[in-house]
Design a protein around this ligand. Structure first.
Ligand SMILES: Nc1ncnc2c1ncn2[C@@H]1O[C@H](COP(=O)(O)OP(=O)(O)OP(=O)(O)O)[C@@H](O)[C@H]1O
Ligand SMILES: [Mg+2]
Length: 323
């Protein structure tokens, strides 16, 4: 018997906004139960649009989204209870206190009446907001609102948590609190799908990342698989004097006999930095230095490191500005 484990199934999803902008273009991916997925992509890639379609806030132009086997647009009441959602734009009830806001949300999302009070207090404690619980939300700082939005999304104890830019504008302490909560959700066997522009966030939390660009899927895999696939095991960074403005990646690749990830733009003809992909690292580094010297270039500095998810992201999506 085939066991159905996908908690989210996005199939051939296209979304065209009023006015004609195609934000998603035939996007397909799935999320398995218990996974923590990081949805990455440049500004305007379609991450928020995708999660708004998964939560049923938007209706797709075509294609399908299923959550726990239910077609989202036909089962909005069921879906709402299955998902905890923290939107990118914190939409809170400004004229309520934090306590009232959570209490209202708990009732709306079907938390049993006798549990509402305890749950609300527990969430306020978790967010570190007990001392401000009777203040109006509009008097909160940005970070406090973000923490309140987080606990609001986990208040009704859903299987699937969707967080859109969870640490937007928060301090290091609040970010740690939010990250720890995500890890706790995973320990409890829940599923978390989060959108982020912060590569360290994806690196710290995601079991697997999905990269989209221009509304299309461009890569998916574990961070370490993507590093190997798109960059190599190591990245060699060399500061080179004498590398002319027209001597770019291709020219350099031929000299060092390895793939060149990129070469920095020259600053007033000064030294340029090159990033070279390497599988071996420790044996490639001296080779790169001697091949550069043989080509008449002066190596001012050389180092080697494992690639970060940020390197992978740039390798996949390029360095051009979007939106
Ligand atoms: N309500 C809307 N009406 C028209 N176009 C929209 C609307 N919302 C988003 N878009 C457009 O859809 C595209 C995708 O936007 P989306 O917010 O999904 O991107 P994102 O990946 O979440 O970006 P960011 O990293 O900046 O949050 C963008 O070109 C955006 O301008
Ligand atoms: Mg967004």
């Amino acid at each position: 018997m085939i066991q159905l484990t996908s908690i989210v199934e996005v199939s051939n999803l296209t979304h065209i906004y009023k006015g004609g902008l195609k934000a998603l273009d035939n996007l397909s991916f799935s999320v398995e139960k218990g996974e923590i997925i990081g949805l990455l992509g440049p500004n305007g890639a379609g991450k928020s649009t995708a999660v708004k379609l998964i939560t049923g806030i938007l209706k797709p132009t075509s294609g399908s989204v299923k959550v726990s086997g239910h077609e989202v647009s036909d089962n909005l009441d069921t879906i709402r209870k299955l998902i905890g959602f923290m939107p990118q734009e914190t939409a809170l009830y400004n004229d309520l206190t934090a306590y009232e806001s959570l209490e209202y949300h708990a009732e709306l999302y079907g938390v049993p009446k006798e549990q509402v009070g305890d749950r609300t207090i527990k969430m306020l404690e978790l967010a570190g907001l007990m001392h401000r619980k009777d203040d109006l939300v509009k008097t909160y700082s940005g970070g406090m609102k973000r923490r309140l939005a987080l606990v609001r999304s986990i208040l009704h104890d859903s299987e699937l948590l969707i967080l859109d830019e969870m640490s937007l504008g928060v301090d290091v302490q609040s970010r740690n609190l939010i990250w720890n909560q995500v890890r706790k959700m995973k320990d409890e066997g829940r599923t978390v799908l989060f959108c982020t522009n912060y590569m360290d966030e994806a690196e710290a939390l995601a079991d697997r990342v999905i990269v989209i660009d221009n509304g299309r899927l461009v890569a998916t895999g574990t961070p370490s698989d993507l590093k190997r696939q798109y960059v190599g095991n190591y990245l060699i960074e060399v500061l080179i004097e004498g590398l002319g403005a027209n001597q770019g990646s291709e020219w350099l690749a031929e000299k060092v006999k390895l793939d060149v990830e990129k070469v920095s733009d020259p600053l007033n003809g000064g030294p340029r930095t090159a990033w070279i992909r390497s599988l071996e690292g420790h044996t490639d580094l001296p080779l790169v230095i001697s091949r550069l010297s043989d080509s008449g270039l002066i190596v001012k500095q050389a180092s080697m490191r494992e690639p970060s998810l940020g390197d992978v992201f740039l390798a996949i999506t390029g360095s051009m500005l979007r939106d």
